[in-house]
Structure formats: structure tokens, C-alpha cells
Design a protein around this ligand. Sequence first.
Ligand code: 13P
Length: 334
Amino acid sequence: MSIEQLESIAQAMVAPGKGIIAIDESNSTIKKRFDAVGIECSEENRRAYREMLLTTPSLGEHISGAILYDETIRQKTKAGVPFTKVMLDAGILPGIKVDKGPQPLAGFPGEVVTEGLDGLRERLNEYARLGAKFAKWRAVITIGEDSPSGTCIEANCHALARYAALCQEAGIVPMVEPEILMDGDHDLEACYDVTEVTLRSLFGSLYEQNVMLEGTILKASMIISGKSCAQQASADEVAEATVRCLKASVPALLPGIVFLSGGQSDRDATAHLNAMNQMGPHPWPLSFSYGRAMQSAALKIWGGDIVANVAEAQKMVHARARDNGMAALGKWRG
Ligand code: 13P
């Protein structure tokens, strides 16, 4: 695939007023979400839940793509239509999570490095055959007393860049996600500093591995106060710090940046994105790739009755997509 084709997929992912729904929870993560609403984590329930999400009427109005999990990209609707076909018919690009999750980083207690490079070329080729147009790899950085170490940042960014190069070789747009966790009592400034160092390291690694930025999307975490920090920054402070940090570390050539929600409330995730876009124009479209902030409210409704509440849950999915789509334009009215 040519760079122009990768570029046009990347641009479609961040089309004006559109963003991504992340439904790529591993089976152990979706079990936690199902447990919270009292739903058994069986393969059929996972399939039914993802069918509810992906068949939301008019989802494509505000959603450009969905990130799936290995099990999900192979699944079909109850009527036997592959999820990937449902998505393409709705104008939604299929994406796939390809990392194998974070593992303890040897020699650095408490820090993790994301694994999954072994066999990745073969897996990407299979996902491309199954219809994946983009992929996601998430690195996890924790802010603590003595962390993150430079080694942790470099190891994760190196892996992200190796993954991104393999994606482009397979004709798949890499979404590179270095997530700085919200956990901790650090302030906004500490989050800014760690994010800036991480993003600079990431773009250095992408350059070293010959990754074409024109065909790459960044999935970033926002600059926010740690969850247990006494002083919580306002929406305007979050927006200002996040945009400043991105401008200091992300090349303008990148086609777009999408944010994860990371445990923020639905309202905060939308309000922060909206505030950033009201400060625009910026060098790149700023949009969303939310998991929890797209799904939580709908999952609660669906969990109440997984057969009778499908339409009601879908209305909530559409409402969250519309709110976040408006925030991607800076036009959300609250
Ligand atoms: P959250 O929006 O729930 O953080 O999930 C996004 C995601 O894909 C994390 O990798």
C-alpha cells in the first residue's frame, strides 16, 4: 500500500466532527466491566454487547472507526453478518488492538513495558485480510515518586515505533498510544513534564524506525491532575496545558491526534476536548478515541436487560458519539 493510501485512511479517522469508539477490551478487562453491571462474561454476551454497540443506528454520523479485539474482529451479528461488514456498510473503519499488554519491566520494580512484537508481522497480515484498516498499541507510563525512569519511556517508545513500522509495511495505519496514567497524587505540571518527555522520545523513535508520520495517528492522554491530587485543574487549564504540550512535542505533519478518556467522567472527557477545540485552530485535528467515556452509560442501560434494553442503550451510544463529535468541533453546548 502506498503512503497516499495510508494517509487517506488516517485522515478519514479524524474527519471533521468524527472520532473513534474503542471497544478493544481484552477478555479480562471486559469481564471487570460486565461484573460491575452483573452480566456474565461469556463469549455470547461479549458478542451480543459488541453487536449492540456496532449496530447503533446512524453511528457513522459521528464515529469514523472502532477498535476491536482479536475475538471481536472474527465475530458476526446474530443474523450472521461479519462485524467488519456491518462497520464498512456504516462507513466505520475497522481497527484492531495488536499489543499483548504490559508486563513488568525487569530491573525496574513497578514499571511496565508493553509486549507483542514477536509474530506481529504475521498477525498484522492476517488482520489486514480480515479487513483491519488501522491498529492500536498501548504503552503504559505511571507517574510515581521515582518514576517513570528514562529506561521505561525509551523501552516503550522503541516498541511503539517497531510496531508502527510493521503496521505500515502491512498497509495498516498505526495508532500509537503512550498512556500516562491518571493514577497518583501528582499535579498538572508533573503530568505535563512526563507527557512531554514521553512524546519527544516517541517521535524520536518513530523517526529512527522510518515510520511515515503522514500515515500515523497519535492516541494521547490529556494533561490532567492525578486522580488523588488535592488540587484538580479546571477544564480550561487542562485544555491549555494539553495543547501547549502537544505543540511542543508533536510534529505538525501528523494527520491527527485522538485522546483516550483514561477514567475521566463522561462529562469531563467531553468538556476537555471541547475546550481544546475552542482554542483552535491547531496544527492537527483533535478528536476522541474513547473507551469508557463512550460506553459506560450505555453498558449500564444494556446490563439492566440485555435483550429488552438494546434500543435504549443504542440511543445512549449515539448521544455520547454526538456529544464527543460536537466537542471535536468545539461546538458542544454542555
Ligand atoms: P479509555 O477511553 O477507557 O481510556 O480507553 C481507551 C483505550 O483504548 C485505552 O487503550
